[in-house]
Design a protein around this ligand. Sequence first.
Ligand SMILES: CC1(C)CO[C@@H](CC(=O)O)CN1
Length: 430
Amino acid sequence: TEDNVLHIGGIFPIGGKGGWQGGQACEPAATLALEDVNKRPDLLPGFTLKLHWNDSECEPGLGASVMYNLLYNKPQKLMLLAGCSTVCTTVAEAAKMWNLVVLCYGASSPALSDRNRFPTLFRTHPSATVHNPTRIKLLEKFGWSRVAILQQAEEVFISTVEDLEARCKESGIEIVTRQSFLSDPSDAVRNLRRQDARIIVGLFYVVAARKVLCEMYKQHLFGKSYVWFFIGWYEDNWFEVSLDKEGVNCSSEEMRMAAEGHLTTEALMWNQNQQRTISGKTAEDFRLQLNDLLRQQGYDIDNSRYPEGYQEAPLAYDAVWAVALAFNKTMERLHRLGKTLKNFTYTDKETADSIYAAINSTQFLGVSGHVAFSSQGDRIALTQIEQMVNGSYVKLGYFDTTSDNLTWLNREKWIGGKVPQDRTIVRKEL
Ligand SMILES: CC1(C)CO[C@@H](CC(=O)O)CN1
């Protein structure tokens, strides 16, 4: 019957062109999680969790109207799931007016780590700043205390670089220059050469990354004397595709040469081992079931035609589990107060605070790995380090920021056979 259903709202970026259409894989993943949660007799006993969702196209305005429609149409929603940093910023800033927790499965912007602006935001997607402790760890491991930064002028990279600069200062690492560009990196790359930059941290989206790589080739800022840090979540052959379409005037061979040896950092979104997670499934079980669901929806998975957001799908699956576990905890707590989640209304601050407290302390092993939230609602995640060796990525290791533990596989290869220097060594005549 209707009166034992708990309703949640969902805002997924599916259509449209700009930003990230990751809802294409994340909405099916959330649906899988709802099925699994509702099968569990010990979770929300006597209740069914139901998701009402619509498409934001990763547009904040459309996301806002989807949110209003979810809130102003019955049934009463208990919280909101959302994706895309721009949409999460809008939704999370407004949601507090309805005392709603917002759980973002696809938002990397560092600006969202702000309890003043977003008092009820949690995210299973880590902030882009999660790369920075890993970058520092690698700089220290290889003895590089002189680095340069090259970034695209985008909000997410500007705030990530601010965090990186602060961490470099703390660690005694000198930033010789910070270059940024809007869409043409040639001047910025030239300035790197002028400053004799050797170890360079690059922060840009994948289309800009192809332009940077070609510029590096043309200006000879690659090879045995240079180490570039790129972002690790571009598609694997990102440096060889779309060159003509995007007017990159380097051949794929030249791009491969420039790319050889670069390092990447990325947040781990798929649990790496075959442990059974809270749902009873391993990450592999989840992947196979998600693939089946996506095939049913017409994606040609067997020819690697994946929908956008496939990488982040575990984050959406685990977001629903986090909600179910938090509601379960809240139900018990409210029962003692003679209340139930069913009677939650948008003005019921006491229940909203119970839901917030429950989610804040929720921790579990999900298909995206250990799920836990910082005091800012950020996802605490492992990162992975890879290196481009002979045109394909090789795993070099993993880093756990909370325990400051670097797992290193000793597979790195340096073009000159030894670790590149972070500066020109001037030999004093004896
Ligand atoms: C790793 C990436 C691609 C970063 O952007 C996220 C989307 C966003 O932050 O808007 C999705 N995941």
